[in-house]
Design a protein around this ligand. Structure first.
Ligand SMILES: Nc1ncnc2c1ncn2[C@@H]1O[C@H](COP(=O)(O)OP(=O)(O)OP(=O)(O)O)[C@@H](O)[C@H]1O
Length: 254
């Protein structure tokens, strides 16, 4: 295995708030890494630093050998970064299939308007159908996303993230708001994506599923990295137990 992502001493500050405090971690090719921590820990901010939505005050983020920090978002996407957002925001007035086909066609042009005219192309439609099948929502291909339950929308968000064939997939709370059975199913799908060769960073509050599917965990609390390692030993670290005090960690072996 070789290193795919190397985050070194990344710091993100919003005025007086240090959301990410000199955090370092890395991801090996083919890993499924759980990135966890209590509310406000700075997990989403870290993801936004990797995708380019926020600019770190200092630090370095290497994807392969390439420094990402000074690159615009679309360059990072072109280099193989894919991400799903915590809040699901599909294009309404467009079918589920068109939503995915539009993203699949985005590499053809940098103008979203021009991309709209290209989604009729067979290649994008076929790819979108395959992705809907993969995430298990092909029965909703012709539906307007406004009429779909959250479980479908979360899967649509993952399908869109996959549409550009990312090497590294960042998933921000894909299981949030899903019931137990739906979360289990989507977590299984994430495992399958990983087994098919996709490297994944999963930001998630559902610790039961994270413990079940991730091979390694990084824990951030209050902007600081407090643990990094195999799930069981990480969850038994005193600092992690303290950070989650009051939250349910009963599933962790004592
Ligand atoms: N754009 C912003 N401007 C100012 N402060 C911000 C901004 N984004 C995040 N923060 C602050 O940074 C800190 C970390 O927030 P962040 O959303 O990254 O945490 P999180 O671990 O993803 O939380 P959650 O699990 O609740 O989604 C919080 O104190 C938050 O209020």
């Amino acid at each position: 295995m070789s290193k795919l992502l190397e985050v070194s001493n990344v710091r993100v500050q919003f005025g007086g708030v240090v959301a990410v405090n000199d955090v370092s971690f890395s991801l090996e090719e083919g890993e499924l890494l759980g990135f966890i921590g209590p509310n406000g820990a700075g997990k989403t901010t870290m993801m936004r630093a990797i995708t380019g939505v926020v600019t770190p005050t200092s630090g370095s983020i290497l994807l392969g050998q390439q420094e990402l920090i000074s690159l615009p978002i679309h360059e990072r996407v072109r280099m193989g970064l894919g991400f799903s957002q915590q809040l699901v925001k599909p294009f309404r007035n467009m079918t589920v299939l068109e939503n995915v086909a539009l993203t699949a066609g985005a590499h053809l042009t940098r103008s979203p308007l021009a991309a709209l005219f290209k989604v009729g192309r067979d290649a994008e439609q076929t790819k979108a159908r395959e992705l809907l099948e993969l995430v298990g929502i092909s029965d909703a291909a012709d539906s307007d996303p406004s009429n779909l339950p959250l479980g479908y929308l979360k899967r649509l968000e993952v399908a869109r993230a996959l549409a550009l064939d990312p090497t590294l997939l960042l998933l921000d709370e894909p299981l949030a708001g899903l019931n137990h059975a739906e979360a289990h199913k989507l977590a299984d799908m994430i495992v399958n994506l990983n087994k098919a060769g996709r490297s994944i960073i999963l930001i998630e509050h559902n610790l039961g599923e994270v413990m079940r599917i991730c091979s390694r965990l990084v824990v951030q609390d209050n902007g600081n990295k407090i643990a990094d390692g195999d799930p069981e030993s990480v969850m038994n670290t005193p600092a992690v137990r303290a950070a989650y005090l009051g939250e349910n960690t009963d599933h962790v072996a004592a």
